[in-house]
Ligand binder design. Sequence first.
Ligand code: HEC
Length: 150
Amino acid sequence: MSRPPLLILLALAATPLLAAEHTHHGKPLEQRAPIHLTMEEKAHIHQEMRLFLSSTQKIVAAAAANDTKGVAAAARAAGMAAAHEVPAKLRGKLPMQFKKLGHATHVAFDDLARDADSLGDANHALRQLGQVMENCVSCHAVFRIETAKR
Ligand code: HEC
């Protein structure tokens, strides 16, 4: 009769170990909030992101070459005009904080472009880029995309 309780005790003792499998330095591996999207919607977001990354790379390279016209062009490519139209259905699934941060990022790239053109100061552009990238960092810390397993 002592067998079933022992098994239960073992199972209970193993539970924290199983949970610990998904931790790193004692913290849960996944703390970001999931945004549930279709594969197509995820592709849309990822495409937008690769544009952000590409513009960021071009801004840094142009600023290092003191080419502020190049900085402006690269920043403008990630500005509001270049933002891909977000389908209404996808827009409806995105949390308000996500939409605000995304919008603010496009606007900030436009500001950077305008300043690079009018001031011609590569260091100023880099400082602005550092601030814009706080948006990248905060959003990535908070959200992840989850697609239905098919
Ligand atoms: C409003 C939120 C938000 C902002 C702002 C944001 N990102 Fe992202 N980014 C995401 C999310 C969400 C993902 C997808 C994560 C996932 O798939 O789980 C992502 C993914 C990416 C990827 C991977 C794309 C791929 O094809 O795999 C890159 C690169 C990236 N972001 C770069 C950037 C850069 C650079 C910036 C700032 C200039 C930025 N992001 C700003 C939310 C954001």
